[in-house]
Design a protein around this ligand. Structure first.
Ligand code: 2U9
Length: 358
């Protein structure tokens, strides 16, 4: 038992002498670790007769507890000393300029997308989405594109490599296939908005190979051009946040609508500044029409039973008009300086009552 007292005294002295936390840990392992002196002594209990073992065990445990406590005390003292030393060493230079707290910004395309969804949501439209890679049927055939139509050429459309069955898929050239899929999958009445990415083999000042559009489709038994006009009037006024915007419908042609029209809105370009709803100029803003009977038939509907309208709008175009962004290509440059200038605060979610954009 004298051994035990010597051991205790030696270990406690080593703990007191440990100059830092690393040395303290070494001391702890040397005493209490797997091969430590205290551990070895505890193991020796096994070879004692029961009577001796009981007394020796109690004493050893007392010594062990005392060592553990001494280590903890020393650890706390060393930690406090280390903190004290750091506080003495380190200085906060309050004269340094503040670090800029940069927050992210919502891209104008996302902002415009959310605004459009908010407006049409209020009018009862549901958002529908579909794949960017489409087959010939959903992108062209069902939409009444004739076999030799220029859009079906390599020149205008991105084709994917030929598949084993000889078919070639395309990057959708419009979001219309989403409406085709909806018509094939659910019965009228239908009132959907299809926003999304679209692709055309086109790249210059005013065209990028990928761009965004949203299309709308309304189908019911008696839906007519008057509904189309009212719906678009509502959209234009809500989007541009102007009470009264005169519109005109110019006859046009699309394979998927008949009759088809392009829609212009009143604007003024006086002094190089674009103003919507006033002035004596016109600004083209979207295309629309009554869904072609061939499209209805291709989607399994009877043109004698249902009819409806559709429209298509370029998101970049209306974003440029509303937010005064002069160059289309800058949308996709990923230039942070541009985003900080034209972007929107992340928590300003567009709503009709709270304002679309601040
Ligand atoms: C179905 C039936 C009809 C969608 C329509 C347009 C007119 C249109 C352009 C606007 C600018 C494309 O982004 S843009 O270049 N779109 O003018 N889109 S009608 O008509 C449909 C769609 C789906 C089943």
């Amino acid at each position: 038992m004298e051994d035990l007292e010597t051991l205790r005294a030696e270990v406690v002295a080593a703990i007191a002498a440990a100059p830092d936390l690393a040395a303290l840990e070494e001391t702890r392992v040397a005493a209490l670790g797997k091969k430590g002196r205290v551990t070895a002594l505890m193991k020796s209990l096994g070879g004692m007769d029961p009577e001796t073992r009981k007394a020796a065990g109690q004493q050893m445990n007392r010594v062990k507890d005392a060592i553990v406590q001494t280590i903890e005390g020393r650890r706390a003292a060393l930690e406090a000393a280390e903190l004290e030393a750091r506080l003495g060493r380190e200085r906060v230079d309050v004269t340094l300029p503040a670090r800029p707290a940069r927050s992210g910004a919502v891209h104008p395309i996302s902002q415009t997308w959310d605004e459009v969804v908010a407006i049409f949501g209020q009018m009862g439209f549901a958002v529908a989405e579909g794949p960017d890679i489409e087959d010939d049927f959903h992108n062209f055939t069902a939409l009444n594109f004739p076999p030799g139509h220029p859009a079906r050429e390599m020149h205008d459309t991105f084709f994917l490599p030929e598949r084993a069955d000889g078919t070639r898929h395309v990057l959708r050239t419009h979001t219309s296939p989403v409406q085709v899929r909806t018509m094939l999958n659910q019965a009228p009445p239908i009132r959907i908005l299809a926003p999304g990415r679209t692709y055309r083999s086109d790249s210059d000042m005013t065209h990028t190979p990928m761009f965004h559009q949203f299309e709308g489709l309304v189908l019911d038994q008696t839906t007519h051009m008057g509904h189309l006009k009212g719906c678009l009037q509502e959209f234009v006024q809500a989007y541009f946040e102007v009470d009264d915007v005169p519109m005109r419908f110019r006859p046009s042609f699309f394979p998927f609508t008949e009759p088809s029209a392009e829609v212009d809105i009143r604007c003024s370009r006086k002094g190089g500044e674009l103003r919507i709803g006033v002035g004596d100029d016109w600004l083209e803003i979207l295309g629309c029409g009554m869904v072609h009977p061939n499209v209805l038939r291709a989607c399994g509907l009877d043109p004698e039973e249902v009819q409806g309208f559709a429209f298509g709008v370029g998101l970049e175009r209306i974003a440029m008009l509303k937010y005064g962004i002069p160059d289309l290509r800058t949308f996709f440059d990923s230039d942070l300086r541009w985003l900080r200038h034209y972007g929107f605060a992340a928590l300003d979610v567009p709503t009709l009552h709270g304002g679309l954009a601040r």
